[in-house]
Every structure is written in C-alpha cells, then in structure tokens.
Design a protein. Structure first.
Length: 202
C-alpha cells in the first residue's frame, strides 16, 4: 500500500528544488479486487497533484504470480475504460506541463530529422520540434520554446544575440514578457529573420 502522505511530501520536495522538473508516474489499472472507489481515489489523487504525465499499464494475468489468485478479477472492458480515463488525464497534464515551458530557453539533444525537421528532448524531457541546418543533428542546442502543440513544442535554435537578449530580460524583465513580446513581433513582421538568417544558428 502506498503512503499518500509520504508521496505528497516527496512531490513537494522535488518541486521545491526544481519547478520545471518533469515527473512521470507509473500506474497499473484493473488490478484484481480494484473497486470503482479504489480507482476514483487513484484518479483524484493524480489529478490533484502536480505530475507531468502518466505511464498507464492495464493489468493482465500472468501464470505463476500471486496476483492471479486474487479475486474478484476486474472485467476486461472495465480495465480498458479505466485505462482510457487515466490516459486522457495524462494527455491533459502533459499539455499543461508543455504550455508552461513556452517562452523558455532550454538545452535539447537534437535527434535525426524527418523531411528537414528535427525532433529532440529538452533537459526536462519535453519533446520539441526544431527547424535548423543539418549540422545540428546529434548535438545539444539551446532552443527558444515558442509554442505548445499536441504532443510536442515548437522551438528554434538561439544565437549569441538571443543570449544577450535573454540576459537583458532576466535583469529587467524577469517574467519573460520582453522576450516573448520581441519574439512575437519578429515572427509577425520579420519572419525571415528566424527562418532564413544564417546568424540565428550557432
């Protein structure tokens, strides 16, 4: 049995050390003898607390295990229903977590590209899509996160000039308002500066 109080204390401790940390939780649904009340208690606990996403596993019987002896078994259809509910909750939590990252500059390990578009993960495990030259493949790049999409964020590689602007906004605009406004202005009126200017890339 999980001690909920200790888990809450652990979550709060982690978040106090790093507000941007990604916290994933493994959850098994449909375990033998799991009642609707048990499931709702789990759902409400996960919904209430600041976790980033869920790894949802649907229980399935395995020979030579103690769990297979536990009764009553949860019907397969009910296991699937509960699994879907938690997967939907995971999607909602991940979307919120990704949205919080907009306006930040974070390091990304750039992976292989598809049709000239690169994907990678930030240091806090946010999937990001990056447009850039072939030279950034298999490198770590600092990127500016501009928009949250379904399942990933849009980002662009930052230049030295971006670093100067970032330092400036930390000093005078700690809530990112200046950098976000500048990014919006350039994208609206001078998109070529970001998409074609060679100095944008390190």
């Amino acid at each position: 049995m999980i001690d909920k109080d200790s888990e809450i204390e652990r979550l709060n401790k982690i978040k106090s050390l790093d507000q941007d940390v990604c916290i994933g939780v493994d959850v098994i649904v449909g375990y033998p003898n799991e009642s609707e009340e048990d499931f709702l208690e789990t759902y409400n606990f996960l919904k209430k607390h600041d976790v980033s996403y869920l790894h949802v596993f649907t229980y399935s019987e395995r020979d030579n295990t103690e769990a297979i002896k536990i009764e009553p078994a949860v019907p397969y259809g009910e296991r699937s229903r509960r699994s879907k509910i938690l997967r939907d909750l995971s999607d909602q939590k991940k979307a919120i977590f990704y949205e919080r990252s907009v306006g930040e500059i974070r390091p990304v390990l750039v992976e292989k590209s598809k049709n000239g578009i690169f994907f990678g993960y930030t240091d806090n495990y946010i999937k990001t899509r990056i447009q850039g030259p072939a030279s950034i493949e298999n490198t770590i790049q600092d990127v500016f996160i501009s928009e949250a999409k379904l399942g990933y964020v849009e980002s662009e590689v930052v230049s030295i000039n971006w670093y100067l602007l970032f330092l400036f906004q930390i000093r005078f605009y700690p809530k990112n308002l200046f950098l976000i406004a500048l990014h919006f202005f350039h994208n609206q009126y001078f998109p070529s500066i970001f998409s074609h200017h060679p100095r944008i890339f390190l």
